[in-house]
Design a protein around this ligand. Structure first.
Ligand code: SF4
Length: 187
């Protein structure tokens, strides 16, 4: 039963991450879910750093997400900014204080140490296998992939420093292409 073993290993790893994050978050009176939301917002692009993006990514109810974001905002870790083109859209941008907090927590110090004990080739293989497993599970659950922009089929490279999104018909810069997107479609 490989599925059972995979389930058990991944669940155990998640719990280890959670307990580590809980410990760091406690210094700031933050729950793991609040740090996870902050981490997502720090890596998400302008189409995804919204209440809806956080709700879809974390798979939580809107009420829980609203409370989570209200806490992050009250502590100065995120700031709301209206979209320049569409005032109905509100972006949730991570502040410098939020970024500094994330630098201490992500990646998890234990994960960094465990990785350091593995060969580069083993790390790459493990990442690829986990990516495939995650993609398969997201398909089964009908969830958005939230992949990295540069691996999306809509991403078009125009020049070395200029990219274009075929879906939104907007220009992208190199930094945009490294971020997570809720509209991502794998190549
Ligand atoms: S290219 Fe894909 S991932 Fe990038 S912004 Fe467009 S839809 Fe999102």
């Amino acid at each position: 039963m490989n599925a059972l073993l995979l389930h058990e290993y991944i669940e155990r790893i998640s719990r280890l991450f959670d307990s580590e994050i809980r410990w760091v978050g406690a210094e700031h009176n933050l729950q793991p879910i609040q740090l996870n939301a902050l981490h997502f917002l720090n890596r998400s692009n302008r189409y995804s750093n919204t209440v809806q993006g956080v709700t879809e990514y974390l798979g939580l109810t809107k009420g829980t997400v609203s409370q989570t974001l209200a806490t992050l905002e009250s502590k100065g870790f995120i700031k709301k900014n209206a979209d320049k083109k569409d005032g109905r859209v509100v972006h949730l941008n991570v502040t410098r204080a939020g970024q500094k907090l994330l630098e201490k927590t992500m990646p998890s110090p234990a994960a960094q140490r465990a990785c350091a004990g593995m060969q580069e080739k083993e790390q790459t293989q493990l990442i690829e296998n986990l990516k495939q497993f995650l993609t398969a599970m997201q398909k089964i659950n009908g969830m958005n992939a939230f992949g990295i922009c540069k691996t999306c089929r809509y991403n078009q490279k125009i020049t070395e420093n200029k990219f274009f999104c075929g879906l939104t018909q907007e220009n992208l810069n190199p930094k945009d292409t490294e971020l997570l997107c809720r509209e991502h479609i794998p190549l």
